[in-house]
Design a protein around this ligand. Structure first.
Ligand code: ADP
Ligand code: MG
Length: 235
């Protein structure tokens, strides 16, 4: 369970102060797939950075299963970032001249997992995102955008994180591929009981999530509850 409490992040730009995250509070039960929509510059990436401990709030706190990030020393925050969070970005952020398997193994190497176990888990994860580990031994930059994003999702899952933060993961993909990626995130959140928070510009993708938030000038509001429609079932 993630609890966000009165989170504020201000930046000084020249002689004025901007507040891209302005008193944001919400809770997500474990296993929820949630989305945030909002215009460019509304604070979405800033909010994800705070949740992933890539940045520190001006005030407020994030509690992960009751443990406060505000009270954590930097060494623990690094551990939290590596072990409890999986990041997925619009630009995939994969290592271009490594294979898919090697990319997925990397976070496990940082976490000190033995090589044989890393390899086995990387192959399993690639299968879970519907990639064939034997076919995807080529350098990652030879794969399509949709395939690369699947690799990035497998990598995000590597250390079995509690929370996956996805910042416009479909932004570089065509509509149909984007839909497949959201469906994949949806089934992963169920199968692994992983909480997934996805930022998207795309309304129709947001509509496929359990909970939908909107960020406007740093203020978060929740939209009417939707019940997630299973992929392929009639609406
Ligand atoms: N490190 C920073 N320093 C100063 N201003 C920043 C910084 N990061 C983001 N901002 C500003 O905060 C606002 C929100 O940015 P961002 O969170 O990236 O929005 P979004 O992801 O919704 O497009 C923007 O006005 C942006 O310029
Ligand atoms: Mg952004």
């Amino acid at each position: 369970m993630i609890e966000v409490k009165n989170l504020v992040r201000t930046f000084n730009s020249g002689d004025r102060t901007i507040k891209p995250v302005n008193d944001v509070s919400f809770e997500l039960e474990q296993g929820t797939l949630a989305s945030i929509v909002g215009k460019s510059g509304s604070g979405k990436s800033t909010l994800l950075s705070l949740l992933g401990a890539l940045d520190k709030p001006t005030s407020g706190d994030v509690l992960v299963n009751g443990v406060s990030l505000a009270g954590m020393p930097d060494s623990k925050l690094t551990e939290y970032r590596r072990r409890d969070i999986g990041f997925v970005f619009q630009q995939f952020n994969l290592i271009p001249n490594l294979s898919a398997v090697d990319n997925v193994m990397l976070p496990m190497e940082f976490a000190g997992v033995r090589k044989a176990a890393r390899l086995e888990r990387a192959r399993e994860l690639l299968e879970q995102v519907q990639l064939d580990p034997d076919k995807h031994v080529r350098r990652i930059n030879r794969l399509s955008g949709g395939e690369q994003q699947r690799v990035a999702i497998a990598r995000a899952l590597a250390n079995s994180p509690k929370l996956i933060l996805a910042d416009e993961p479909t932004g570089n993909l065509d509509e149909q591929t984007g839909e497949h990626i959201i469906e994949l995130l949806s089934s992963l959140s169920r199968d692994h009981n992983t909480t997934i928070l996805v930022v998207t510009h795309d309304r129709s993708l947001a509509n496929k999530t359990d909970r939908r938030f909107r960020l406007q000038q740093g203020r978060l509001t929740e939209e009417a509850a939707s019940s997630r429609v299973a992929a392929g079932s009639p609406a």
